[in-house]
Design a protein around this ligand. Structure first.
Ligand SMILES: NC(=O)c1ccc[n+]([C@@H]2O[C@H](COP(=O)([O-])OP(=O)(O)OC[C@H]3O[C@@H](n4cnc5c(N)ncnc54)[C@H](OP(=O)(O)O)[C@@H]3O)[C@@H](O)[C@H]2O)c1
Length: 275
């Protein structure tokens, strides 16, 4: 059974497969992920891997309707015509008629938010995507987006892992019945050396990566999208449904948050984050 989180009619498997930085390995990695049991794939036009993701989906033999597929439109393409073109190009590369979720990849203050919210909603109404959302929007901007968008936004995809506090964002999203999609859920690999999570992992007979991911998906309204190019680690990251962290263990891991741990913070483009 696939464990899912729900928001505004979207049922999103709580573990997804990240497809950035996979280069020529994307097709093989995606096919492996789908064979292992993942049913949620996170793509983006910007990653340059959509062709591989499409090939991987085909090669897996898993039915399109059983997969929750996300892609994103890059910040430079948020004017109407560019947005439509980017979405159509993504569908072609992914070899699908629709995606399940279409996200604005990063905000762009040089392009009116109302225009972008209109076109992303249009993509939903025209059937190119089943659901819509944003990524990397801090709460103030997300609030504006929600008010401007004619269709419900189901998620804000943001960086979230044990070292990064997202309390403000999480509270905001829960108030709006939205999901936090946690990217860099393993701190881009840095968390797997954490001694405190290591102690919990030893007790549970699981790996540090598994505990770090379990910590995320055990929180209400949180889904996580780890990436790996390695078949064994792809399987490992999905094998997190046979154990539970206690409230005490959840708090112990939450206490690992510290300032300065944000990984995705592009100079000159990052918005004013909440924390
Ligand atoms: N919306 C956005 O702006 C945004 C930004 C960043 C990321 N994302 C999305 O989120 C996904 C995940 O984030 P991410 O790729 O940056 O980081 P991540 O998933 O936190 O970490 C990936 C790194 O961890 C390693 N790794 C994975 N599983 C492991 C395990 N079990 N044990 C040890 N090491 C492990 C991988 O190496 P190996 O390949 O060698 O296993 C890779 O180097 C991306 O692929 C992308 O889809 C979105």
């Amino acid at each position: 059974m696939i464990v899912k989180a729900s928001a505004h009619g979207a049922d999103i498997p709580v573990i997804g497969f990240g497809t950035s930085m996979l280069g020529g390995k994307a097709a093989e990695a995606v096919a492996t992920a789908l064979k292992v049991g993942y049913r949620h794939i996170d793509a983006a036009r910007k990653y340059g891997t959509e062709d591989g993701v499409g090939d991987g989906i085909r090669a897996s033999g898993v039915a399109r309707g059983d997969i929750f597929l996300t892609t994103k439109v890059s910040h430079e393409n948020l004017h109407t015509a560019d947005f439509v073109r980017s979405t159509q190009t993504s569908l072609k590369a992914l070899q699908v008629d629709y995606v399940d979720l279409l996200l604005v990849h990063w905000p762009n203050p040089a392009i009116p938010l109302a225009e972008t919210m209109d076109v992303v909603a249009r993509m939903k109404r025209e059937g190119l995507t089943r659901h819509i959302g944003v990524a990397n929007f801090p709460t103030a901007l997300l609030d504006e987006a929600i008010h401007l968008c004619p269709e419900p936004l189901v998620t804000d995809q943001v960086e979230y892992h044990a070292n990064l506090d997202q309390t403000t964002m999480l509270n905001f999203l829960r108030r709006h019945d939205m999901i936090l999609t946690a990217y860099c859920p393993l701190g881009r690999g840095r968390l797997v050396n954490d001694p405190a999570i290591g102690a919990i992992a030893r007790r549970k007979g699981k790996t540090i990566a598994q505990v770090a991911l379990r910590w995320l998906i055990q929180q209400p309204n949180v889904v996580a999208i780890p990436r790996s190019s390695n078949p064994q680690r792809i399987a490992e990251n999905f094998d997190i449904f046979d154990f539970t962290l206690s409230d005490e263990e959840l708090s112990e891991i939450a206490a690992l948050r510290r300032a300065g741990s944000r990984i995705a913070d592009p100079a000159g483009r990052a918005p004013a984050w909440d924390e």
